[in-house]
Design a protein. Structure first.
Lengths: 113, 114
């Protein structure tokens, strides 16, 4: 168990809808990272927050947004969902903002129908 | 543009054999090369990593070989065990290896047969 908790584990929703994925980092970790894993694109970094502020941005669509709250948990919001957004979404956390190792949660499997 | 190319996509090895997974990169600014291991239903976990100032790094049965001039690096798993069956991802990043800058390969699914 990595200590990173993601909810829900599975999510099925319709095209055009909006969903929120939640992540609780390991105790003491200030950085949260979001990744998307799909069969065709592989594992892609989306965005990083450090102590409540956006730190780095990767291949995140404009329809997607994230935030980190004062208690350090993070939420990834996905809106106007398309079939191609179906994927595994991972959250990871690390102590620092430039850590070389982060600990991954078990992921949320999103299916858009 | 895929900056880290990983091969093979899948690999079957007999127990006790050597598993070899290769990666090639394009960007010479990359300075940190980790390998991740992912079991079904789990998130990736850092396995071993190397920086370009060394040509090889060994941790137990896992070894990274790094060839800077060829822009290639590989993971060798010696004495492969059924418990090593997982998907392995190579990755590369700039700026000292911050987790947020990692570019991942597409993964290799390893099956170790008993």
């Amino acid at each position: 168990d990595s200590g990173v908790t993601q909810t829900p584990k599975h999510l099925i929703t319709a095209t055009g809808q909006r969903v929120t994925l939640r992540c609780s980092p390991r105790s003491g970790d200030l950085s949260v990272y979001w990744y998307q894993q799909s069969l065709d694109q592989g594992l892609q970094f989306l965005i990083q927050y450090y102590n409540g502020e956006e730190r780095a941005k990767g291949n995140i669509l404009e329809r997607f947004s994230a935030q980190q709250f004062p208690d350090l948990h993070s939420e990834l919001n996905l809106s106007s969902l398309e079939l191609g957004d179906s994927a595994l979404y991972f959250c990871a956390s690390s102590v620092g903002w430039a850590s070389t190792e982060a600990f991954f949660g078990q992921g949320t499997r999103l299916t858009v129908v | 543009q895929q900056q880290v190319k990983q091969s093979p996509q899948s690999l079957i090895v007999q127990k006790g054999g050597i598993s070899i997974i290769n990666c090639a990169y394009e960007n010479t600014a990359f300075d940190y090369f980790p390998w991740y291991q992912q079991f079904p239903g789990k998130g990736p976990a850092l396995l071993i990593a190397i920086r370009p100032d060394v040509s090889e790094k060994k941790e137990g049965r896992f070894t990274i070989s790094f060839n800077k001039s060829a822009k290639q690096f590989s993971l060798h798993i010696m004495d492969s065990q059924p418990g090593d069956s997982a998907t392995y991802f190579c990755a590369a990043s700039k700026y000292g290896g911050s987790q947020g800058n990692l570019i991942f390969g597409k993964g290799t699914k390893l099956s170790v047969k008993p």
